[in-house]
Design a protein around this ligand. Structure first.
Ligand code: ATP
Ligand code: MG
Ligand code: MG
Ligand code: MG
Length: 438
């Protein structure tokens, strides 16, 4: 991508409405634009990051055996009357009436709809376990939308729903999602800690929130610092095998949100020097809720003995759009964003330090073509801005590799490559630069 043809509306000034660094940087880097309170347009740079995050979430769901489908954003109110949640959900639900005076709502979550789909088709335990997920926009009319995409009203969520014949099966499904979440967030360069959590309006009795520790987070959390250094399962993890050892390892160290915090247990189990009490960002939550929806909505399957039983369910959310902000909260410095490579909008940016000079133009074009040919997401800053402005923009938008192409280096056949994460620099030949990045 040539920057001269890209749409990157960088802001010079710090936007006053932004209270936290990720919101400020997303606005300054031209990633998104607020269209109404808590409702955002994703501009090209931000959209690229959102898509990368979504793809990692998708790959790890698929790996864990979940199946992707796509449910609509609008749902019938009557469906929610079946579960009793239409009235219970309260003012967070956006209610809509169509021209025929049919009552609809913009889905804040999909337990009812997926249960309706399930019960229409699945009649036997032989079709289980089943886990269906989608990645779709949700609407919650939050009392206080704030912090940009971290607490929007319209936001992108991955939500998965598992169906099992009994509690033991449901716990295995829960464990698969638990492990998939550990892997998902680690792949994005995040430390997201599973913490015991309250179940809230989803219901049920077993739940973990995945929390990224950050002072700007909205949840208070307590944990043993040992939980910060536990190993994340590799891509060879066997989802068909027994995952209980991994789950035990992660859940036997104290970690809880303030809603379910047990001060006496915390004092008894955690030595003073390992006590962590801080704030965090909820990037995902998983629930086992048993037969809460299948009982009232009659989602029954025949067991091995031919008798119909209500299925045991779980649901599993990831805040895909919130993650964009959460990653920035975890990865930035005074100059701007420092994207982990896996979610970066571009892997490398070429900075032509003397645009219009034959030598630098030719060297940049050649490098640009080579990197593109190798499938690298590369941005070429071919604008006529001065070098200082190009450096500042590249730091702000946080591309992991900056390749500086100037007349001085070229005279010696060298380019300078800068790593955004630690600021380290090296002078390399063009071939070495290509090798380093690919
Ligand atoms: P919160 O406690 O932040 O209000 P929640 O517990 O209500 O979130 P869930 O129902 O667990 O949210 O939804 C799954 C995930 O969706 C959350 O873990 C979070 O990452 C994301 N999410 C929830 N509400 C919002 C929002 N208003 N804006 C952006 N992401 C959100
Ligand atoms: Mg909420
Ligand atoms: Mg919550
Ligand atoms: Mg939650």
């Amino acid at each position: 991508m040539r920057l001269s043809r890209f749409f990157l509306p960088i802001l010079k000034e710090n936007p006053k409405e932004a209270e936290i660094v990720s919101h400020r940087l997303m606005l300054r880097a031209g990633m998104m634009r607020q269209e109404a309170a808590g409702i955002y347009a994703w501009l090209p740079l931000g959209f690229r990051v959102l898509k990368k995050i979504e793809q990692i979430v998708r790959e790890e769901q698929d790996r864990a055996g979940a199946l992707e489908l796509l449910m609509p954003t609008l749902q019938l109110a009557d469906l929610w009357r079946e579960s009793g949640r239409y009235d219970a959900y309260g003012p967070e639900m956006l209610r809509i009436t169509d021209r025929h005076k049919r009552e609809l709502l913009y889905g804040p979550t999909n337990e009812e709809m997926i249960t309706e789909i399930f019960r229409a088709y699945v009649k036997s335990y032989k079709s289980l376990p089943l886990n269906l997920y989608h990645i779709q926009w949700k609407f919650r009319d939050e009392q206080r939308p704030r912090f940009g995409v971290m607490r929007g009203r319209e936001f992108l969520m991955k939500d998965a729903y598992s169906f099992d014949i009994d509690e033991a099966g449901a716990r295995r499904s829960y464990n698969r999602m638990f492990v998939a979440y550990l892997r998902t967030f680690a792949r994005m360069g995040l430390k997201a800690i599973p913490m015991r959590a309250e179940t809230g309006p989803i219901g049920g009795d077993l739940s973990h929130e995945f929390i990224v520790l950050a002072e700007t987070g909205e949840s208070g959390v307590y944990c043993d610092s040992d939980v910060l250094n536990l190993p994340v399962p590799g891509d060879d993890v066997d989802y068909d095998g027994d995952l209980t050892d991994i789950i035990k390892q992660w859940t036997s160290v104290y970690a809880a949100t303030e809603d379910v915090h047990d001060a006496a247990r915390f004092d008894a189990e955690v030595p003073a020097e390992k006590k962590v009490h801080t704030r965090g960002i909820e990037v995902g939550q998983i629930f086992y809720f048993g037969t809460k929806y299948s009982d009232v909505m009659k989602a029954m399957v025949a067991g091995p003995d031919g008798v119909d039983v209500p299925i045991h369910g779980g649901s599993y959310g990831v805040g895909v759009s919130r993650l964009v902000g959460a990653i920035i909260e975890a990865c930035h410095d005074d100059a701007g964003i420092k994207w982990p490579e896996a979610v970066a909008p571009f892997t490398a940016v070429i900075l032509n330090l003397k645009q219009g000079s034959e030598d630098t133009d030719a060297a940049c074009e050649k490098l640009y073509r080579e990197l593109e040919a190798k499938g690298v997401d590369v941005l070429y800053d071919d604008t006529d801005q001065r070098a200082g402005a190009k450096f500042a923009a590249a730091d702000l938008i946080g591309i992991p590799w900056q390749i500086l192409v100037g007349p001085k280096g070229l005279a010696e056949g060298k380019l300078e490559i800068k790593r955004r994460s630690d600021g380290s620099r090296e002078n390399l030949s063009p071939a070495e630069v290509v090798a380093r990045i690919t």
